[in-house]
Design a protein. Structure first.
Length: 296
């Protein structure tokens, strides 16, 4: 194997080996978990790899070129490791996974065999099966500039450059009530006009759903209450009193970019691009056929 630890390579060539496999899993909320198929816990890189989780992995398929390396991880659902409610809440979606071949007698002798992300997760009968996708899987995504009238940036990203934590663009507030994990009622929000958070984002800061977020479909209210409706229900329970962060939304129009965010310089759309009707215009019937401009 290219780049293998020379001490580990010598150990493997010795005939009698003391190797096992270790996996680390890093979720988007910063939680790091370690697993091993050894019969005792191991530790390195600041991670403790537990042996009591029942996690195992199938054979890893690796190849040269740009084809995607992939494998599957199997395990039991338990409160101490991977819990079913965390999977249901989507906390493991897209989590980073690393897998090592390790000499358990000397963990400094190890080789990183796989790095990628969790793909499809399936669970049944108190167990789960997770698809692990290699780094080259990201090459399957289409990339490139889109020429369209609306802005192609995501509000607050490096192309947009709007600072959503700046005063006037976000608010942290306690939930008064919630229906179906989707329709939230808050106290009045003075300083934020109706519709200000439409197309924006609701992020949960406390409670069982902490770390989860949803896109805002509607934002309405009156002098008594503010109502925020999401496109999809949150995937964990949320209770009255939980704190959430509301961030302003953008409808991707140039006029909104100028008036609401004063950010037209970074607008990533093409508001003056001709529409389909222009490309389908009939030939000119004017007497002047010199090839000059038709806009006179």
């Amino acid at each position: 194997m290219t780049g293998m630890n020379p001490d580990l390579a010598a150990h493997l060539e010795g005939g009698i080996t003391t190797t096992c496999r270790c996996w680390s899993l890093t979720r988007h909320d910063g939680v790091v978990m370690g697993f091993t198929d050894h019969d005792g816990a191991l530790a390195f890189d600041g991670i403790t790899f537990r042996a009591d989780t029942g996690l195992s992995a199938l054979a890893l398929q690796q190849s040269t070129g740009l084809s995607v390396d992939n494998t599957d991880a199997l395990g039991a659902l338990c409160d101490a490791a991977i819990r079913e409610d965390d999977i249901e809440a989507g906390r493991f979606d897209g989590a980073e996974v690393r897998a090592w071949l390790v000499n358990w007698a000397d963990v400094t002798q190890r080789h990183l065999q796989f790095r990628g992300t969790i793909g499809e997760l399936r669970r049944a009968g108190g167990a789960f099966e997770a698809e692990l996708r290699g780094l080259t899987d990201t090459l399957n995504r289409p990339l490139g500039r889109v020429y369209q009238k609306p802005c192609s940036a995501v509000l607050g990203d490096t192309a947009c450059r709007v600072i959503l934590d700046a005063p006037g663009y976000s608010a942290e507030v306690a939930v008064l009530s919630v229906e179906e994990r989707r329709v939230f009622t808050f106290p009045p929000l003075p300083g934020f006009e109706g519709g200000w958070f439409q197309h924006g984002r609701l992020s949960v800061a406390t409670g069982n759903a902490q770390g989860l977020a949803g896109a805002v479909k509607h934002d309405s209210g009156d002098a008594d209450a503010r109502v925020i409706e999401l496109w999809h229900p949150l995937r964990a329970a949320i209770d009255a009193g939980d704190q959430v962060i509301l961030r302003a939304g953008c409808d991707k129009r140039a006029t909104t970019c100028r008036a609401k965010f004063d950010n037209l310089l970074n607008f990533q759309g093409f508001p003056d691009i001709p529409g389909d009707d222009w490309t389908l215009t009939d030939p000119s019937k004017a007497g002047d056929l010199s090839g000059g401009s038709r806009r006179r």
